[in-house]
Ligand binder design. Structure first.
Ligand code: AGP
Length: 608
């Protein structure tokens, strides 16, 4: 999704804008641009492709002098990647410049209206209506023009705006697209996300829907949609600055995989007190938890996969019926939701458009919602009735790893706590689960330290055309995630199948040498999956098995075996995913793919 930045202060703006945009590269983009006020005019420079093209064009910003500016990385939605469609966009007189993240849904209607008033459009974007509309309403008061535009546009937006007539000021406004403001010593900043400003300040304001921020070199003020001034509290960001950088690793994905033990600890530890689980933060009474008749888990992508895992765990431990839905399906399928049901929305970014819409759908129907979210202050975190944060810190690589692992353990904690409160498990069982949970970080470390074996294996498969991932029960849930990891970063076609389904179609795709990763961690299902492995190898498949330490029997059936340490059967997904992540990572590196920013993908999918 697009990224926006803005700076106004005592330093040259362009290098700060380029630096800020580089911290937002993870959001995915295909072109970039910056606008800087040079003392007389607003100057714009744009480039298609990577940010380094824009940096080269501007000699790292040196050719664009001025201490106020806005910048943008564009992930094309309306109109192909091109200079004309790249932001910032100007009004005809080049006196107003705008950068935008989001989608203006009624832009065609507005465009027609503006064309009728004589406005000429030069791009195919929805954004251009915003700048012409601002021009149309601007009568000397930028706030008034902005609020009038807010009343006219439908859809989502985070906007950075400059008016040539107000050179010492930057304007920013949002609705349903992320926006933060940083209050720095040598100037103030706007950005789509915190990493873009961390180098300059830790003092950040999270802008809420339909709020306007007005930044000068020294001051920041805020207004509501009626143009009335409002007060806001700032937040001090206490992330380690390195958390938003690569910290010596070749890729963010590798760094984030290595952060998983810590992430799991950070998500577990604050919630385990005196041998019991403390989820007071949710403010849910025991009575409320006992009354839950059904849980709906709704999410997208990897977050959805953790939901599939959670279904097995909630049903298995807490005996609560669970439905898992893709958010894009849930929001349009008119789901049956009843009182005393709970909708859990899982999201790393907290900004995924479909997940947010699903949350709103549930709320509109009067159903209690709980967000399991990583990004503090994100839309889902703010709008859900209850929030449980996964303390994974900023995740930059498009392919999620540490947030995925944090989501899993957050879900285990909830399932165990609900089970205990509902009398489904004893205190002794809780203690035993907690003991196993607390071993996970160390066990993940151990698996990560074995990376060479997987790296070596992965190198043999960089030319693979198709890879299949199979498993039963929880092993099927992890197969889905293993398959997504591989396809998203290596561009190898891969599919996950419930092992028992192979004979119903998929096995016809197996050819001599086809790689199949079989996950076999559920003891009760060992024999069943091993039979499937035999069926696969006898048709020429090469089977890589991921199984529990001790299950040596599998060596008779599979061609290559990776063992994970022993843990409780409900938690094996937290361990089995590690070799699968490493495998995908090394295939991607071996193929020379852009590991952290795979083609066509964005970190945060803030449009439908
Ligand atoms: C996973 O690696 C993905 N890039 C993607 O599937 C992601 O999990 C999905 O878009 C959901 O994002 P969210 O957790 O931020 O809502």
């Amino acid at each position: 999704m697009c990224g926006i930045v803005g700076y106004i202060g005592v330093s040259q703006a362009a290098p700060i804008l380029l630096d800020g945009l580089s911290k937002l590269e993870y959001r995915g983009y295909d072109s970039a641009g910056i606008a800087v006020y040079d003392g007389e005019n607003i100057k714009v420079q744009k480039a298609i492709g990577r940010l380094k093209v824009l940096s080269e064009q501007t000699h790292d910003g040196a050719t664009m002098t001025g201490m106020a500016g806005i910048g943008h990385t564009r992930w094309a939605t309306h109109g192909a990647p091109s200079n004309q469609n790249a932001h910032p966009h100007f009004n005809q007189e080049e006196t107003i410049a705008v950068v935008h993240n989001g989608i203006i849904e009624n832009y065609l209607k507005l465009k027609k209206h503006l064309e009728g008033k004589g406005y000429q459009f030069v791009s195919d974007t929805d954004t251009e209506v915003v700048v012409h509309l601002l021009d149309y309403y601007y009568k000397g008061d930028p706030i008034e023009a902005i609020t009038r535009v807010m009343h006219r546009v439908e859809g989502s937006y985070a906007l950075g705006i400059m008016f040539k007539a107000h050179p010492g000021i930057l304007y920013a406004v949002r609705k349903d697209s992320p926006l933060i403001v940083g209050h720095g010593k040598d100037g103030n900043l706007i950005a789509s996300d915190v990493p873009a400003v961390l180098k300059y300040t830790r003092n950040v304001y999270f802008i809420q829907n339909e709020e306007i921020a007005v930044l000068s070199e020294e001051d920041i003020s805020f207004y509501n949609v009626d143009g009335e001034e409002i007060t806001k509290e700032s937040t001090t960001i206490d992330w380690d600055i390195n958390a938003a950088e690569k910290g010596g690793y070749e890729h963010f994905m590798l760094k984030e995989m290595y952060e998983q033990p810590q992430t799991v600890r950070d998500t577990l530890n604050p919630r385990i007190k005196d041998g019991t689980i403390d989820i007071e933060e949710l403010g849910m009474s025991e009575d409320e938890i006992c009354r839950i008749r059904k849980i709906h888990i709704v999410a997208c992508g990897s977050a959805y996969h953790t939901g599939v895992t959670a279904k097995y765990v909630f049903e298995g431990i807490a005996r609560i019926p669970v439905e898992v839905d893709l958010a894009s399906e849930f929001r349009y399928r008119n789901p049956i939701l009843q009182q005393d049901e709970l909708v859990i929305i899982i999201s790393q970014s907290g900004e995924t458009a479909d997940s947010l819409a699903a949350l709103r759908e549930a709320k509109n129907r009067g159903i209690k919602t709980l967000g399991i979210v990583n990004v503090v202050g994100s839309s889902i975190a703010r709008e859900a009735d209850k929030v449980m944060y996964t303390w994974a810190g900023p995740e930059i690589a498009v392919a999620t790893t540490k947030a995925y692992s944090a989501q899993l353990v957050a879900e285990y904690l909830l399932a165990i706590k609900f089970a205990q409160i509902r009398g489904e498990i004893t205190d002794t069982e809780v203690a035993s689960y907690l003991k196993d949970l607390q071993k996970l970080p160390e066990q993940i470390e151990m698996l990560l330290s074995n990376k060479e074996k997987i790296q070596h294996f992965a190198n043999r498969y960089i030319s693979a055309k198709d890879v299949f991932f199979v498993g039963r029960g929880l092993d099927y849930a992890i197969s889905m995630e293993g398959s997504l990891k591989l396809k998203e970063i290596s561009y190898i076609h891969s599919e996950a199948y419930a092992a028992g389904e192979l004979k119903h179609g998929t096995i016809s795709l197996i050819e001599e040498g086809t790689l199949v990763a079989a996950v076999v961690t559920q003891e009760a299902l060992y024999k069943k999956t091993i039979s499937n492995i035999v069926e696969l190898t006898s048709r020429g498949a090469f089977v890589l098995a991921v199984t529990n330490t001790g299950n040596t029997e599998i060596e008779k059936a599979a061609d290559y075996v990776i063992y994970i340490p022993q843990t409780n059967r409900w938690f094996t997904n937290s361990l089995a995913i590690i070799p699968l992540q490493l495998f995908s990572y090394y295939v991607s590196v071996g193929k020379g793919c852009d590991v952290d920013k795979p083609r066509n993908l964005a970190k945060s999918v803030t449009v439908e």
